[in-house]
Design a protein around this ligand. Structure first.
Ligand SMILES: NC(=O)c1ccc[n+]([C@@H]2O[C@H](COP(=O)([O-])OP(=O)(O)OC[C@H]3O[C@@H](n4cnc5c(N)ncnc54)[C@H](O)[C@@H]3O)[C@@H](O)[C@H]2O)c1
Length: 341
């Protein structure tokens, strides 16, 4: 009999790509649980693959949703979460309610299950405050203390829930029979990533012919991680014999300025207008780049796709999408003024 794997939030961008990776590279019986399959999930799998994937439409903020799950998964990936800067700024209380409910429901269920390993997906936002205070180095390793700089600022609500999640998974697994592994993702991108991220926002604005083109946060840096590398890294992290109760940074080691990213996307969109420097959201970290040597050493994580190659694939996907559909389904670009900043 095949071993079972469960992906909570498997209808989302990264979860769906982990499912795809597992389907192509492993031989498990997969179950996907999510409350909202916004993309045409089924187009990514063949008919015969879909026959062996169990798809559960479930609101994981409800404890009762977990009653529908088996108890004997070998691996569980926990990705279900409200994500995105717009969501966090506009509805921070909802981010807190949903993310903490899913974390606690997952842990209560895991405590009474026979699951052996679980991956909790955290974020570089959890340590952004420490970088902002110039208290740690970039590229950043896993030993960095986690800091919230202004607890009153809605923008930090998402990071608060992820810090809670890291602590909760690591501490529950000390007292129960499953082991936890934490990964912190760093700006993951790729085709069909949704509409709440910088690259789809840029393509949408270039297609709408914004000119002058405002370069929000032009002097900030990020490192962009292509989705296939991150999906593989997540699986290698959870399956590693070394990763029980460990934290890993997953991302790319190349630090890129936002200006460089914008101008590269602009070139791919044939923009011939004028660029103008502009400020970004208060609380948005100035630099971000992970040190991934621990992931490389302990489970052979090795990103393969250079950011420019990945950005070109992604921009082409969004150009086609916007030319056909006109605008984003939801979570499209909003200016600072529209978000009330
Ligand atoms: N994309 C990134 O760059 C990034 C960076 C850092 C961390 N992460 C983390 O990785 C994980 C996956 O992110 P993603 O980019 O795939 O986001 P996503 O929004 O595409 O996926 C999250 C999924 O969770 C599901 N979900 C939300 N509320 C739910 C509920 N009540 N019940 C069931 N399912 C629910 C959503 O429907 C969605 O499919 C998240 O936990 C996120 O915080 C992502």
């Amino acid at each position: 009999m095949k071993e079972k794997v469960l992906i909570l939030g498997g209808g989302g961008f990264i979860g769906m790509n982990i499912a795809k990776y597992l389907n192509e590279n492993r031989d498990y019986k997969l179950t996907i649980a999510d409350n909202y399959f916004y993309r045409d999930f089924e187009q990514y799998f063949s008919e015969s693959d879909l026959e062996s994937i169990e798809i559960l439409e479930s609101d994981l903020t409800l404890e009762s949703s977990f009653n529908k799950l088996d108890k004997d998964y070998k691996y569980v990936y926990m990705l279900a979460s409200v994500v995105g800067v717009n969501n966090t700024i506009e509805n921070p209380e909802e981010v807190i309610r949903v993310n903490t409910s899913i974390i606690m429901n997952s842990l209560n269920w895991l405590s009474h299950s026979e699951v052996s390993r679980v991956l909790f997906t955290s974020t570089s936002e959890a340590y952004a405050g420490t970088i902002e205070n110039d208290q740690y180095k970039v590229p950043t390793d896993e030993k960095i203390p986690l800091t919230i700089n202004n607890i009153k600022e809605p923008r930090f609500a998402y990071a608060v829930t992820k810090i809670l999640g890291e602590s909760a998974f690591l501490n529950y697994s000390k007292n129960f029979s499953f082991s936890s592994t934490i990964v912190r993702y760093h700006n993951v991108f790729g085709p069909d990533m949704g509409f709440k991220h910088v690259i789809p926002h840029l393509v949408e604005r270039f297609i709408k012919k914004e000119d002058p083109f405002l370069m929000y946060g032009f002097d900030q840096t990020r490192s962009f991680s292509y989705i296939s590398d991150v999906a593989e890294g997540s699986v290698l992290a959870l399956e590693s014999p070394h990763s029980k109760e460990e934290i890993y940074h997953l991302g790319s080691e190349e630090e890129v300025t936002i200006e460089e990213l914008i101008k590269f996307v602009g070139k791919l969109c044939n923009f011939a207008g004028v660029y103008k420097e502009a400020d970004t959201f208060p609380g948005s970290v100035k630099r971000r780049c992970p040190d991934i040597s621990k992931s490389k050493k302990e489970f052979g994580y090795e990103p393969k796709i250079h950011w420019k190659e990945g950005v070109e694939i992604t921009v082409n996907w969004y150009k086609d999408y916007f030319l056909q559909e006109g605008s984003s389904k939801k979570d499209g670009f909003k200016s600072l003024e529209e978000l009330g900043n």
